[in-house]
Design a protein around this ligand. Structure first.
Ligand code: CAA
Length: 291
């Protein structure tokens, strides 16, 4: 299966990072979003990222121009159907993802491989809503996509070996490393990471430490590049809550109970960096803890 053209559905922080790494690796990329302005903003952001690479002599101006030329805005979802590979990277809500697969279904090429960047939802269940469970799998990138080396590969129960091998080869061509996870709630990274983040929120909720002391403790005490609350803001508190709910519902263990304080932040619309406020307030020059 020769893959040259890639469709990315969702031009948020993950989708735009995915589009960037594919364009740089030589794929023809078609970036889609329900909001055309979001596609334009994502492409502008990719241009700025690549410009920084040029300034740092990590890429030539010609390479940047070639990558940008391979990157296309495609506001029409059905136009992605005939491509070799489609990566769904929309909001972490099952009904949204299902609606995207439904919208693509009549337009998919017979050979098109369909993947999802879901960070926690069952691959097998998502696959069952498509017409091609054998050519469907999880392709889970980490944030920020251009920087993080790992990609999780998750087979659904019906994923065939040719699909897995083709997608694995794509990850190699991107210069990234894969880890294979079985299709259980939140796979590997988020199964381990999110309970830690949720515990950090409980630590704040119970008054054991302030935002600053929790993040300092984990950064300097365990050498994490970001503290758990800073990282939660970076991932998006709505996404963190969605993943905790998947763990709680899917594994039915109270140890995955989302912290009420996390729920409260999400209800307030304080979703982290993307809404300029979460455990930190990003509206000023430097982030200021909100508690
Ligand atoms: N997009 C592109 N590049 C970015 C970037 C972004 N959003 N953020 C940082 N970078 C690049 C910078 O340009 C810089 O590149 P150069 O070395 O080429 O100059 C490099 O990353 C380092 O950046 P900084 O010096 O500004 O900052 P830093 O050293 O503090 O690193 C970081 C930033 C890489 C984000 C680091 O803090 C880190 O690794 N944090 C943890 C990230 C993490 O855990 N991600 C996984 C989240 S979980 C997930 O994604 C799964 C999920 O489903 C929820």
């Amino acid at each position: 299966m020769e893959i040259t053209s890639v469709g990315v559905v969702g031009a948020g922080q993950m989708g735009s990072g995915i589009a960037q790494v594919f364009a740089v690796a030589g794929y023809d990329v078609f970036l889609n979003d329900i909001d055309p302005a979001q596609i334009e903003a994502a492409i502008a952001g990719i241009g700025e990222n690549l410009e920084r690479q040029v300034e740092k002599d990590r890429m030539t101006a010609e390479e940047k121009a070639a990558a940008m030329a391979r990157l296309n805005a495609e506001p029409d979802l059905p136009a992605l159907g005939p491509l070799d590979l489609v990566i769904e990277s929309a909001t972490e809500r099952e009904e949204i993802k299902r609606a995207i697969f439904d919208g693509l279904k009549p337009h998919l090429g017979t050979q098109t491989l369909l993947t999802t960047n879901t960070s926690s939802i069952s691959i097998t269940r998502l696959a069952s809503s498509t017409d091609r469970p054998e050519r469907f799998m999880g392709l889970h990138f980490m944030n920020p996509v251009p920087v993080m080396q790992l990609v999780e590969l998750i087979r659904g129960i019906a994923t065939d070996e040719a699909t897995f091998q083709a997608v694995r080869a794509v990850v190699e061509r991107l210069g990234k490393t894969h880890a294979t996870a079985e299709d259980f709630p939140a796979f590997i990274v988020n199964r381990i990471l999110l309970p830690m983040i949720n515990e950090a929120v409980y630590t704040l909720y119970e008054g054991v430490g302030s935002v600053e002391s929790i993040d300092t403790a984990m950064k300097l005490g365990t050498r994490h590049p970001m503290g758990p609350l800073e990282l939660a803001d970076f991932i998006g508190l709505d996404t963190c809550l969605a993943i905790m709910n998947v763990l709680h519902d899917g594994l039915a263990d109270t140890k995955y109970r989302p912290c009420p304080l996390l729920v409260k932040y999400v209800e307030a619309g304080w979703l982290g960096r993307k809404s300029s406020r979460g455990f930190y307030d990003y509206r000023g020059e430097v982030p200021v803890p909100t508690r």
